[in-house]
Write a protein that binds this ligand. Sequence first.
Ligand SMILES: [Zn+2]
Ligand SMILES: [Zn+2]
Ligand SMILES: [Zn+2]
Ligand SMILES: [Zn+2]
Length: 341
Amino acid sequence: MRFHGRVIRSGVPLPPPAGPIRLAMLYQDGIEAMRESACLYGQCLRGMAQTWGLDLSKMPSWEVTNEFIQRHNLQSVKDQQAFLIEAWGGAERRLRHEINQRMHTPSFLVEASALRDDALGKRRYEEMAKALHLRHGGRAPVDPWRDLERAARVALARAVDAFNFLEDTELADVAHQHSHKIAALIGGVFGCDIQYIEGAYWDTCPISLMHRRCGMSVGFTATRRCSLCGDDIDECEHLLGVLYEVRIQRSADGTCSACGRHSCSHVEGEIVSIYPHAVMGDLQVHEISLVSRPRDPLARFTRVEFDPQDLARSLGGEPDGREIRCYRCLHPCEGFATLEE
Ligand SMILES: [Zn+2]
Ligand SMILES: [Zn+2]
Ligand SMILES: [Zn+2]
Ligand SMILES: [Zn+2]
């Protein structure tokens, strides 16, 4: 099995391997991700309803389709899929129709700006636009379909992040259900594709990848260098715990010689008293192992190759490089796959 993944995030504080500080950081990062996700998901639904006139009460949802599947006892994947494609297909067509119609009437600009006109809506819209690097206002080109789609896809990515941070807390199930809801909306309306890259089919479905409960743990060595002189911290003349006077300098990339940060309040040329500390140098990655609880909770697979035989079996024939849509994100949850450790 081939896969691609992220081994470690750089540039952000990583939680320690264990202990109460780790838990506190996981809560903090998880709730932040959840908040962003919920905000974007809300914006997306609100845009569909208020700007594009979609009747949300007629729109399918993951909960409603799950309930239908259970009530009608649709057991085979084939029966479920036929029902789900039918249910969501209608929603996709309605949204396309509404957008096309409103885009081609002169009153469109009035309606499209409705969201931005009430004060609360305006602030939220700007927040979302900023989060998505959208241009808005002025004469920016309008592509409402893409804007809604991007809001939904970022909402899902952040929901999955939230679950990865919160999996060992009582908020795990909230993040799990929330992720499924957004994934069904995306799979149903905007589409989730099985990607064909480098002559193979890859699973890139965010909700499917989220259910593979393992991540990457990196083994690496780095030298601990002295922040004052750059030599090995165990061999140089500087003693930890002793204050030294230094003149602040910034390296070419802006790193401060006193604290090692890029942005800090230290002024170049100023003399300050500081303690030496260890900085990492000569980073070398030796091995990457698969673990159930990676040190960096977001060190996860980004795509996993499908077994060609399994894929052909489930499709009833060789796909031969043609486009395949993933409908798994519409189905009820099938549980998590965990590592056998
Ligand atoms: Zn999918
Ligand atoms: Zn030193
Ligand atoms: Zn500094
Ligand atoms: Zn699930």
